[in-house]
Design a protein around this ligand. Structure first.
Ligand SMILES: [Zn+2]
Length: 429
């Protein structure tokens, strides 16, 4: 708890130097040995040191009691497991993690030891690997702490170094000696190698993926556009299968071939290995899937539009037609007014083998529910005059009113009426 309080006080008094983040330029210091290079972002000058701490805090270095304990343990190399865990937690909290830029924390004032000596910010520019933990009042080596594979070094890696008297002494154990140690040099080499490998891997991987991805997307988009053109113009996609050559010669294939001839980029992609030969994305299944996706997108749009507050009510339109398999295809459409304009949109086409009113009613209500269209907003119903739809007792219009427990007037479709008039008139001539 005390340690937390101390840390809090010091964090108020320190300004973390994030220059490595804002200025990730190559390091300005090179430790050359076996072609190894290591550099860090230049530290700011002492003039830039923050003085946000209060006077009382400045005059009373808050970490002194705590650090003396830590350092005592560290110097004796007899720290308990609990102390080690505490130190590790503080390091993790205050200093950089792997793959993060170095944090060279600067305080406006550093605590003095018994000899009146203290850490100095200027050391950062001389030793770009140097880190300082305010809570532990100790120095660490960024490189050895994070990249040393195996090391017996404790001070700069595990426990912290705080022998400020000999810190810059070239003949004694200090920063210079650590920097020239084999442990440090190997750690620097390992770090630079990892960094290079990581950057290379990332860039090549991203480049390949993005490029391939972009080409595949272009190819699939071209297929979708051909399908869209044919569907919108109500043209059959397939149908002309050449039995002799075993190839499909429908409009889809022909139009796609035409598109390849017209667009160089598409031709290049088709002739490259970007699209695997066993995955052409042009099979009838894929074509149907594309049409289905388009259908669902349009149906969702229609449902969303009808569900807005601008459209309080709608009229249900429905009609069916038999296909060659004697299945009834029931088209459900909605007629509504929005922004003073009348819209009629098909919501869905469902197939059914039964042709009774109960089946049609269930299909209709299930469709509305599935598309999230509220049946309570149904103002009227509009069908042809067939008794299965218009019957006042057992017709679809009557069953829907019963099921929804609401009066929803039935209107005999004017278009159907007109059609009947024209047919009858033509018959009499
Ligand atoms: Zn080191």
């Amino acid at each position: 708890m005390d340690r937390f309080v101390i840390r809090k006080k010091q964090s108020d008094n320190l300004e973390r130097n994030n220059s490595a983040k804002t200025n990730p330029s190559p390091f300005d210091k090179h430790v050359t040995d076996k072609n190894v290079s290591f550099s860090v972002a230049p530290s700011t000058s002492c003039d830039e040191i923050s003085t946000t701490g209060s006077d009382s805090e400045k005059s009373k270095p808050s970490a002194a009691p705590e650090k003396s304990n830590c350092n005592k343990n560290k110097n004796n190399s007899a720290s308990t497991t609990s102390d080690k865990q505490d130190i590790a937690a503080i390091i993790s909290d205050e200093l950089a993690h792997k793959n993060e830029p170095i944090k060279q924390i600067k305080l406006s004032i550093y605590p003095k030891n018994n000899q009146g000596r203290m850490f100095r910010s200027e050391w950062y520019s001389t030793f770009p690997w140097l880190e300082y933990s305010p809570t532990l009042d100790s120095a660490f080596c960024y490189v050895c702490r994070l990249y040393a594979v195996y090391t017996k070094e404790l001070a700069f890696v595990k426990t912290g170094y705080n022998n400020w008297k000999h810190a810059c002494d070239k003949t004694k154990s200090g920063f210079h000696k650590h920097e020239s140690s084999s442990t440090h040099i190997e750690a620097v080499a390992f770090m630079n190698e990892q960094k290079t490998r990581r950057e290379l891997n990332v860039s090549v991987e991203t480049l390949v993926n993005d490029s391939v991805l972009e080409k595949r997307r272009y190819y699939v988009k071209s297929i979708i556009e051909v399908v869209q053109f044919l569907v919108v113009n109500e043209l059959a996609l397939r149908g002309n299968y050449n039995l002799d050559e075993h190839v499909e010669q429908g409009l889809f294939e022909n139009l796609f071939e035409f598109t390849i001839r017209k667009y160089e980029k598409l031709a290049e992609i088709c002739n490259s290995s970007v699209i695997p030969k066993n995955a052409t994305y042009k099979s009838p299944e894929i074509q149907n899937e594309i049409i289905q996706i388009m259908t669902e997108a349009i149906q969702e749009d229609v449902a969303n539009e009808v569900n807005t507050s601008d459209v309080p009510l709608f009229t249900l339109l429905e009609d069916g037609t038999k296909d060659k398999n004697r299945r009834e295809n029931v088209a459900t459409a909605l007629r509504y007014v929005k922004d003073k304009h009348v819209y009629e949109s098909i919501l869905s086409i469902e197939s059914t083998e039964k042709l009774d009113a109960e089946t049609f009613t269930n299909v209709t209500l299930e469709t509305l529910e599935r598309k999230n269209v509220k049946p309570e907003n149904m103002l009227s119903q509009c069908y042809d005059g067939a008794s299965v739809m218009s019957g006042s007792d057992g017709g679809v219009q009557a069953l829907i009113q019963k099921k929804l427990k609401k009066i929803i007037p039935y209107v005999h479709c004017f278009n159907h009426k007109l059609h009947l008039v024209v047919v009858k008139t033509a018959e009499t001539w």
